[in-house]
Design a protein around this ligand. Structure first.
Ligand SMILES: *[C@@H]1O[C@H](CO)[C@@H](O)[C@H](O)[C@H]1NC(C)=O
Ligand SMILES: *[C@@H]1O[C@H](CO)[C@@H](O)[C@H](O)[C@H]1NC(C)=O
Ligand SMILES: *[C@@H]1O[C@H](CO)[C@@H](O)[C@H](O)[C@H]1NC(C)=O
Ligand SMILES: *[C@@H]1O[C@H](CO)[C@@H](O)[C@H](O)[C@H]1NC(C)=O
Ligand SMILES: *[C@@H]1O[C@H](CO)[C@@H](O)[C@H](O)[C@H]1NC(C)=O
Ligand SMILES: *[C@@H]1O[C@H](CO)[C@@H](O)[C@H](O)[C@H]1NC(C)=O
Ligand SMILES: *[C@@H]1O[C@H](CO)[C@@H](O)[C@H](O)[C@H]1NC(C)=O
Ligand SMILES: *[C@@H]1O[C@H](CO)[C@@H](O)[C@H](O)[C@H]1NC(C)=O
Ligand SMILES: *[C@@H]1O[C@H](CO)[C@@H](O)[C@H](O)[C@H]1NC(C)=O
Ligand SMILES: *[C@@H]1O[C@H](CO)[C@@H](O)[C@H](O)[C@H]1NC(C)=O
Ligand SMILES: *[C@@H]1O[C@H](CO)[C@@H](O)[C@H](O)[C@H]1NC(C)=O
Ligand SMILES: *[C@@H]1O[C@H](CO)[C@@H](O)[C@H](O)[C@H]1NC(C)=O
Length: 819
């Protein structure tokens, strides 16, 4: 079908309604343009041989079996595709999630994506992916439901901001690329999720309101009760430029890296559900980005049969309309019927099967892939809805149970936990600790698990007051085999049980600490150093309601600092926190330790004692005041009072200006800026130089080329090389992150950020030494999305490249003029 919208009226309207400067016209977001038919896979990007194998497989399938390959079904894993014994196909096992194989025993719990991003360490991020992949594989999981680039982090309070990497799309894009390549190097498929605009948990799914004002989420099946009104899921209304430069950017990296599948989102985009939005699935993913794999629904995010199939959805999960079974389903027998009556062409179903099976053959999963660990069934919450005796298919669960897949991964977890810890403040030589003889440990985050190793519950942490917060909740959590609590690690490092050791005393009850005389049981009080462990829970299903530390953490810090003038604060958090005590002189050091995973205590002790010199940098901005952040979660219309099915509208009016781009544009001084992080040594950057990597003129638009996974392949051509020299100007060895920012200058349209991250490299340098760091700028990285040309365009005129130690500590700059 031909659609003139692409080049005509639509674009003009959109140009006029530009998010910047003009009033936001919501009517432009009331529909998403139709893009049909769904493009077929051609096995581009090296999948050609696997595609022929998939074709061979397809040719042996009956119509029912083709439908089976694309419709989820109850089974041992988070998601399952049923086996076909006749063809020696044992089915597909899909498992959560981004920081661990969640439905498992004897698996590692890794640092969260946010922690990995805070390390800015490409080598460690890649190694994390390899180890994660090995664990999924060892448990027989063909498909890892990760990594995450949406939620990106538009809103500071987003409940899932920790699952992915950073609100900066460039940093997240690197995290996606490395993780996908790493996981897939182990023969396990990745599912890059959630496309797109999945930026809040609040009203992420449709809900029904009944006449008595009770409500039910529609996620787990048709709601009970009668006479209800369905309020549709929030619509993320995103203009075309913001889509490309912010929310889609890391997914373009994912497709470029060869991600085998992509999960579509719960929310709507421009009023059309993520899993039936043809502009996103057919138009952007499969056509513009040349995605060759399959689009999978989020769990319960499919809201139609024929429409979702034609819009480009290739697999529905968990299969049924609810979580209980695969009947009723919009797909399954309904899809068979839709093929038989001609509403879906069988060629479309064939393409869906090819898209699902090509990655399976490409990664060699048809031979020698480990069997599904039968204990997965016991660890599954889905068996509550669909116990094994109700399963439609006979999964082979005869292999040994409780396989231990942890290997030696703990060393990387410990190292990355430390590398993802950001030293925000360090005065009076507070850190590293110099063998203190009296140590106070405070706060409800310091101790061992009291309420169990598994915070899947979406109860917003209510049950988890007393235990270290090493990960968040929801489908992105992990089931701990063990955790090292900070208190245990400190005791061990301080050698507290020995006559030569330090006196380590502690109070882990925040309520007690806040009582008058709550600290009086510690002698001597104050100790030489007071370590306050604070935590902030975050989970899928809810957005945070505050940026303050959880469980009165700020009051706890202030209370201790009133008498202890060497108070060191550690935050374990699923996102950013306001730190009102940052300027308190008695708070001598602050460490943002994020969600470090199972080696939590060891990771923080390594930093506290200087065994590891901190080198983490903030992957987000910490404001002085919560009101400094823009782009809040949409919660303006109360579910109980609205009767408007379209009441939930998240207008992304801020365009490209999220996180540091907003602070820079609005000229707001943050407490700690994006990219900031201290070390026990100091660094400088010098000798910037920029060289062109191509001879002759560079065109403003990319030369036309056959689309490859990721889009026009020339977008990834390296056009300039930037080098600097990083020197360690302090007394001890350490690592820092040289960060390259680009200011596109006056040739870029209105609404362009002051500067954007376009390169980073972590380097380790000995005192008095220096090392050269090189960055390659690709065409995409020096272009903006031109909404009229529908292409990436290099701005004319002078741009500026800066390299520094944070987004506001720029040490070197050089002009860059292409056109
Ligand atoms: C959403 O609507 C805006 C404004 O009309 C348009 O720029 C954008 O391309 C649309 N995106 C989708 C996915 O429909
Ligand atoms: C339900 O809520 C609406 C809007 O707040 C209110 O007008 C109505 O009286 C409520 N109905 C019941 C049965 O409470
Ligand atoms: C087909 O889909 C409809 C909803 O559109 C559902 O009510 C019905 O139960 C489905 N049939 C099967 C066999 O799943
Ligand atoms: C074809 O079958 C599907 C699935 O049962 C149904 O939703 C659709 O309405 C049918 N279309 C026609 C034209 O009969
Ligand atoms: C079940 O899996 C085991 C390996 O775990 C294999 O040896 C056996 O042949 C399989 N059985 C069937 C019926 O496929
Ligand atoms: C936090 O403080 C509030 C009062 O400000 C109190 O109601 C609440 O119980 C406190 N929570 C804890 C865990 O101490
Ligand atoms: C924490 O301290 C408060 C105040 O002393 C007390 O009421 C509460 O029982 C304590 N909690 C536990 C788990 O001991
Ligand atoms: C949204 O509003 C409701 C009702 O006021 C409130 O209970 C909820 O906490 C709010 N959610 C967020 C994330 O602010
Ligand atoms: C800092 O600690 C000293 C005790 O060493 C105390 O007198 C002072 O009030 C404290 N300051 C703050 C801001 O708590
Ligand atoms: C900090 O507190 C210690 C012990 O209470 C005290 O000896 C020292 O003088 C204080 N230092 C400052 C700068 O107030
Ligand atoms: C934070 O901002 C709010 C609203 O602008 C203001 O009322 C408040 O005083 C500010 N707080 C601080 C600590 O600056
Ligand atoms: C930086 O450049 C200057 C001038 O070219 C040169 O003398 C110096 O050695 C360079 N410094 C480093 C650390 O490479």
């Amino acid at each position: 079908m031909e659609f003139s919208w692409k080049t005509q009226v639509f674009i003009l309207l959109q140009g006029l309604s530009c998010a910047f400067g003009q009033a936001w016209d919501r009517s432009l977001y009331a529909t998403s343009p139709p893009v049909y038919p769904s493009p077929n896979t051609a096995g581009l990007g090296g999948w050609e041989d696997a595609l022929s194998q998939a074709n061979g497989f397809l040719s042996q399938l009956t119509l029912d079996e083709k439908v089976q390959i694309v419709t989820g079904t109850p089974g041992p894993c988070t998601g399952n595709i049923g086996p076909i014994a006749r063809l020696g196909f044992s089915g597909l096992c899909l498992q959560d999630g981004p920081l661990a194989i969640r439905q498992a025993t004897y698996a590692s719990v890794f640092p969260a994506g946010l922690t990995a991003a805070a390390s800015w360490d490409k080598g460690l991020i890649y190694q994390r992916g390899v180890y994660l992949g090995e664990e999924f594989r060892g448990k027989g999981a063909h498909i890892a439901l990760m990594p995450v680039a949406g939620t990106l982090g538009r809103s500071a309070t987003g409940g899932r901001n920790w699952e992915g990497f950073s609100p900066d799309p460039y940093l997240t894009g690197i995290g996606m690329d490395l993780t996908i390549r790493a996981v897939q190097s182990t023969g396990v498929q990745t599912t890059s999720k959630h496309v797109v605009g999945n930026e809040q948990e609040t009203q992420r799914n449709p809900s029904t309101i009944f006449p008595d004002n009770t409500t039910a989420s529609n996620i787990a099946g048709p709601p009970p009760g009668v006479g209800g009104i369905t309020i549709e899921a929030v619509s993320s209304n995103i203009d075309d430029r913001t889509m490309h430069e912010v929310y889609l950017w890391p997914f373009a990296d994912s497709v470029h890296a060869g991600t085998t599948s992509i999960m579509c989102s719960y929310n709507r985009i421009n009023a059309s559900y993520g899993c039936e939005n043809s502009k996103i699935l057919n138009g952007i993913l499969k056509d513009e980005l040349g995605f060759q794999g399959y689009v999978m629904s989020d769990w319960g995010a499919t809201h139609s049969g024929v429409s979702s199939v034609l819009a480009g959805l290739d697999m529905t999960m968990p299969g049924g309309i609810g979580f209980t079974s695969d009947v009723p389903s919009y797909w399954g027998a309904n899809l068979t019927g839709a093929i038989q009556n001609g509403s879906v062409p069988e060629a479309r179903l064939d393409d869906m099967v090819r898209r699902v099976m090509t990655p399976y053959f490409y990664l060699g999963q048809d031979s020698g892939f480990p069997p599904v660990d039968p204990s997965s069934t016991d660890a599954s919450i889905f068996t509550l809805f669909a116990p094994p005796d109700t399963w439609r298919y006979d999964f082979n669960l005869t292999s040994p149970s409780n396989v231990d897949v942890r290997g030696n991964h703990a060393h990387l977890i410990r190292e990355l936990g430390a590398a993802g810890t950001v030293l925000l403040k360090n005065v009076n030589n507070a850190l590293p600790l110099r063998n203190p003889q009296t140590i106070g440990v405070f706060g409800n985050d310091a101790g061992d698990f009291l309420n169990g190793p598994y915070s899947l519950s979406l109860s917003f942490g209510g049950d988890y007051e007393f235990q270290t917060q090493a990960v968040g909740g929801g489908s992105g959590t992990g089931r701990f085999t063990y955790v090292i609590p900070p208190l245990d690690a400190i005791k061990a490092r301080a050698n507290h049980a020995s006559p030569d050791g330090a006196l380590v005393q502690y109070i882990l009850n925040n309520t007690l600490i806040l009582q008058p005389d709550g600290l009086s049981s510690l002698l001597p009080y104050p100790p030489e150093v007071c370590l306050v462990f604070t935590k902030t829970f975050a989970t899928e299903g809810f957005d945070r309601t505050t940026l303050e530390l959880g469980w009165n953490g700020t009051e706890v810090v202030n209370t201790i600092a009133r008498t202890c003038n060497n108070t060191i604060v550690i935050t374990h958090s699923g996102g950013l926190n306001i730190l009102p005590f940052a300027d308190n002189p008695n708070v001598t050091a602050i460490l943002a330790a994020h969600f470090p995973g199972q080696e939590s205590g060891n990771s923080i002790v390594d930093v506290l004692y200087g065994d590891v010199n901190p080198s983490g940098k903030l992957p987000y901005t910490i404001a002085r005041n919560a009101s400094d952040y823009n782009a809040p979660v949409t919660n303006s219309t109360e579910l109980l009072t609205t009767r408007d099915p379209n009441a939930w509208q998240a207008d992304f009016t801020e365009g490209l200006m999220i996180d540091y781009r907003h602070f820079d544009m609005a000229n707001i001084t943050p407490q700690y800026e994006f990219g900031f992080g201290l070390s026990y040594t100091t660094f400088d950057i010098g000798n910037i130089s920029v060289t062109a990597l191509t001879d002759g003129p560079v065109s403003a638009l990319p030369p036309p080329a056959v689309i490859a996974p990721g889009g026009n392949p020339t977008l990834w051509d390296g056009l300039y090389r930037v080098t600097v020299v990083v020197s360690n100007t302090g007394d001890v060895g350490g690592a820092t992150v040289a960060q390259l920012y680009l200011d596109m200058g006056s040739g870029a349209p209105e609404g362009t950020p002051v500067r954007v991250l376009r390169g980073f490299e972590k380097v380790s340098v000995q005192p008095g030494e220096s090392t050269e760091v090189a960055f390659v700028l690709t065409r995409r990285e020096i272009s903006y999305w031109d909404i009229v040309a529908q292409n990436w365009r290099i701005p004319s005129g002078e741009m500026t490249v800066s390299v520094g130690l944070s987004s506001r500590d720029l040490r070197q700059e050089a002009p860059l003029t292409v056109l």
